[in-house]
Design a protein around this ligand. Structure first.
Ligand code: AKG
Length: 348
């Protein structure tokens, strides 16, 4: 199957474009004043879209500064943080971390991004009038740091109506070289969550890789964007990022917020004793648009912010504490690595 070429007309509203990159605007790149019907048509057909110029250069600069302050420990103690001397350079600090989980829980500037007008325009167009956010992740990705293997976000955040949308805010210009996003257009349409396996591949962080889907390298497209753009993608869309191969001292920072319809339960946490799975609804959410029909249930404070470290330490302290998840070059003596099955799809 080949769906690499997005199949709808490009946005007509180019007059207000501020972004200088990419030079020629590809299909699927829109402006804050674009027609909502056009946004929705492209998103429904392809599973993603780009909203350019959603954040001003000043807003982006503020978010970059906030990232550094968090990593320096100046926004309070967060799980995974260690006291760092002020004498460390910004680069020495930022290189220690891959990702800050749930920054919107304690950082006002990152929480404010949930209410960005261009973001709300896209969300209310592609999700519906009532939208909530359940998570945020701030990727730092210094040069030399790994990407994330093929995956679908609904594998991690299960909605009941397939309404999950990632809103990936580029804080640096995101390119093929520095580890920007790749997507397989139209791959969300299957409505299948493909099996995931450990990849053992140093190019990627500790999250597992989706396997067995009917696409090849030729079906993937890079989504290169200017800082301040937001890439929106469906929770069933296959996407990945490669390592940051830019020269030392360069970053590919991005803040990803995840949204879904308020009308759906979110069975994201284990049910308390006796609660049937069908009744589970995670309530640590922020309503960003419209009304929450389940507001009467109240809201909770469940997610704990976390600073995920670089490399192995990230693996151990984050999700894959078990020693079977070794990279292919670090098999322990006497302990065979669980080899991943051959992939039908890899993009280099
Ligand atoms: O920013 C990246 O490198 C990966 C982000 C991603 O895949 C996601 O947020 O689902």
């Amino acid at each position: 199957m080949s769906t690499a070429t997005p199949d709808l007309p490009r946005s007509a509203s180019v007059a207000t474009r501020r972004s200088r990159f990419p030079l020629v605007r590809p299909a699927g790149y829109f402006s804050p004043d674009s027609d909502p019907a056009e946004l929705k048509a492209f998103y429904d057909a392809n599973g993603y879209l780009v909203m350019e110029d959603a954040f001003s250069p000043a807003e982006v600069a503020g978010l970059i500064d906030e990232t550094t302050q968090i990593c320096r420990g100046r926004r309070g103690e967060i799980q995974g943080s260690t006291p760092l001397p002020d004498t460390l350079t910004e680069d020495e600090v930022l290189r220690q971390f891959l990702c800050i989980h749930f920054p919107h829980k304690f950082s006002a500037p990152t929480k404010a991004t949930l209410f960005n007008p261009a973001t709300l325009k896209v969300l209310t167009s592609v999700v519906g009038p009532n939208v909530k956010c359940m998570q945020s992740m701030l990727f730092i990705k210094a040069s030399g740091k790994p990407g994330q293997a093929w995956h679908q976000d609904e594998d991690y955040i299960p909605t009941r109506d397939r309404s999950l949308v990632g809103g990936w805010i580029a804080l640096d210009r995101a390119t093929i070289e520095n580890g920007g996003l790749w997507v397989i257009p139209g791959s969300h349409k299957h409505g299948i969550l493909w099996e995931q396996e450990w990849h053992g591949d140093r190019r990627f962080d500790c999250a597992e890789e989706s396997r067995g889907f009917p696409y090849t390298d030729a079906d993937a497209v890079p989504v290169e964007v200017e800082a301040g753009s937001v890439v929106f993608f469906n929770g069933y869309l296959l996407h990945r990022s490669l390592p940051n191969r830019a020269p030392q001292g360069r970053y590919r920072r991005s803040l990803v917020n995840h949204f879904m319809s308020c009308e759906s339960y979110l069975p994201w946490n284990k049910p308390a004793d006796g609660t049937p799975m069908a009744k589970v609804d995670y309530r640590d959410v922020v309503v960003v648009a419209g009304k929450d029909p389940f507001a009467y249930r109240g809201y909770a404070d469940v997610a704990k912010p976390l600073l995920r470290g670089d490399g192995r330490s990230g693996c151990v302290s984050w999700s894959v504490a078990n020693n079977k998840h070794l990279y292919s070059d670090e098999v322990a003596p006497g302990e065979p690595i669980v080899q991943p099955a051959p992939s039908v799809s890899s993009v280099n």
